[in-house]
Design a binder for this molecule. Sequence first.
Ligand SMILES: Nc1ncnc2c1ncn2[C@@H]1O[C@H](COP(=O)(O)OP(=O)(O)O)[C@@H](O)[C@H]1O
Ligand SMILES: [Mg+2]
Length: 310
Amino acid sequence: MNLTEPPVPNEPAIAPEPAEPRARVVAGADVAPASPRLASEEVLAVKDVTVRFGGREVLNGVTFTLRSGEVTGLIGPNGSGKTTLLRVILGLQATASGSVALAGGARDRRHPVIGYVPQKFLLDPDLPLRARDVVALGLDGHRIGVPLPSKQRERRVDEVLLAVGAESVARSRVGTLSGGEQQRVLIAHAIISRPKLLLLDEPLANLDIGSAHEVVSLLATVAREFDIAVFISAHEMNTLLPVMDRVVYIANGSAVSGTTDEVIRGEVLSALYGQHVDVVRLHGRVLVLPVTGVTAGGSTHDVNVLPEAN
Ligand SMILES: Nc1ncnc2c1ncn2[C@@H]1O[C@H](COP(=O)(O)OP(=O)(O)O)[C@@H](O)[C@H]1O
Ligand SMILES: [Mg+2]
């Protein structure tokens, strides 16, 4: 793998950053593009990435780019390689071939490249960490060098908690928060060091539909307001549809990427799955329907709904 810039997840800033985000992010509000939008730039280029586990090819020639200020969905069935691909981008997973290039030149500790929200894990309600402590860890977790003065640290934590709409739970134990509140705190943890790229692995799993919509809306606003490339993995794309600028659809080890309209089409997904797939749009939702089980004589004909259609 040819990393032009080795990623360091959530690496902290060493010196104070400009205090104010460009606008307050109103959690759960309708997504409005920031005005004026910064010109979008390429943040990540993944090229021809192949990953094998014990000779089994899990990813095969995966290629796509991510741009600042945009939300991209990483969509595919369970086991299709979404987490593996995120680990490749983080530099945690070796590749058989291919390259991952992060924009921005040489690594700079003041400007970390990647923020990461891993797949949800259970937090013990008795864990003696307040929400604001978890967010502060995003500044300190990988620290080498002189720490920020504590007043500045506190102010940064307050700003980010406000930006994600988690200020009211700042002093609550993180394990006692609802799933949606925990996601907000983890997002704050990931963006406090001002990354260019924010990766989230299935952040909507285990959330009720209302909380999922709020988190999606927050992520879109984070992308626009902070000009971050936001990359969200999900096995179910419908919740992401309202905000997804682009999609990387992964199945059978291969991926196709483009705008949602370009990718979520019968002929495109049929080629990817290697079998006939119907894409049905119904009441603003997308259903991806593979037709399987057709015998040589055509006597059986089962229609399975892929996870996307749930
Ligand atoms: N470290 C590993 N060793 C062997 N197989 C793995 C490893 N990590 C993932 N896999 C396999 O790779 C495939 C893709 O896994 P994963 O990336 O977790 O998929 P997803 O996140 O889309 O559910 C699965 O078949 C999984 O069992
Ligand atoms: Mg996964």
